[in-house]
Write a protein that binds this ligand. Structure first.
Ligand code: SF4
Ligand code: SF4
Ligand code: SF4
Length: 232
């Protein structure tokens, strides 16, 4: 069975939020929209976002690392959000593995959001229904678009080319091969959800600090770096 999914390279994602912004842009005007916002310019702005970027810092200064984790619905192959839905509004398509919500049948009970271990469901307060990433189903099958544009909005816009889209079950696909060659992994592999979306791991990098940068008369000299590198 085909399983369409995203693959995200954590090594090249720079956390620019272009994917989240273009996702919002596309899904606010497209067939599965609109996505509502509340108090957008006020004190507590809130809104429906299918794709959110989490940014984490690890380690202790100056030896810190920052990494960015874009996260949208992972289109799990054993999706717990589907069987808990009392009306059948949440469903997984057999032909491509995309998990969708039928808004006409959703009663907004939020059982699906409680069952999703990834926090990927978004309740739309305006429409009182649950929404989430559709894998841009309204783009990828749209034959009025040029073939190279039949991709999710987030993939098309990523300036770092950190996002890939395709059938992870097809050995001839780019996503299948990039997962295999670069040790792609899934979030919470022990949760039994078997996510479609995969991530490519970060590789260890060492930042080389030139000696001249550590000289006292260098305007870029930082006291904390000097302490760290010369043991002062
Ligand atoms: S657009 Fe690309 S680089 Fe920017 S946050 Fe999204 S995945 Fe990362
Ligand atoms: S990530 Fe959450 S909402 Fe998406 S298919 Fe998996 S359990 Fe369902
Ligand atoms: S696939 Fe489409 S709906 Fe899903 S995060 Fe990307 S742009 Fe948003």
């Amino acid at each position: 069975m085909a399983q369409f999914a995203l693959v995200i390279d954590l090594n090249t994602c720079v956390g620019c939020h272009a994917c989240a912004t273009n996702c919002k842009e596309w899904n606010t005007q497209a067939a599965f929209g609109p996505l509502s916002d509340f108090d957008p310019y006020g004190r507590e702005p809130q809104g429906v976002w299918y794709n959110r970027i989490m940014t984490y810092e690890m380690g202790e200064f100056p030896n810190t690392q920052v990494f960015h984790l874009p996260k949208s619905c992972l289109h799990c192959q054993d999706s717990p959000c589907v069987p808990v839905c009392p009306t059948g509004a949440s469903y997984k398509r057999e032909q491509d593995g995309i998990v969708l919500v039928n808004y006409d049948d959703c009663i907004g009970c939020k059982l699906c959001s409680w069952s999703c271990p990834y926090g990927c469901r978004e309740f739309d307060e305006a429409d009182k229904v649950m929404k989430k990433c559709t894998l841009c189903i309204d783009r990828i099958y749209d034959e009025s678009l040029p073939p190279e544009h039949r991709k999710p909005a987030c993939v098309l816009t990523c300036p770092a080319k950190a996002r890939f889209f395709g059938d992870i079950e097809d050995p001839n696909s780019e996503v299948y091969n990039v997962i295999k060659e670069r040790n792609g992994f899934v979030l919470f592999s022990d949760a039994g959800t078997n996510p479609g979306n995969h991530y490519l791991p970060r590789t260890e990098t060492k930042v080389h600090v030139d000696e001249h940068l550590l000289k006292h008369d260098n305007p870029l000299f930082l006291e904390v770096l000097r302490r760290h590198h010369v043991g002062g």
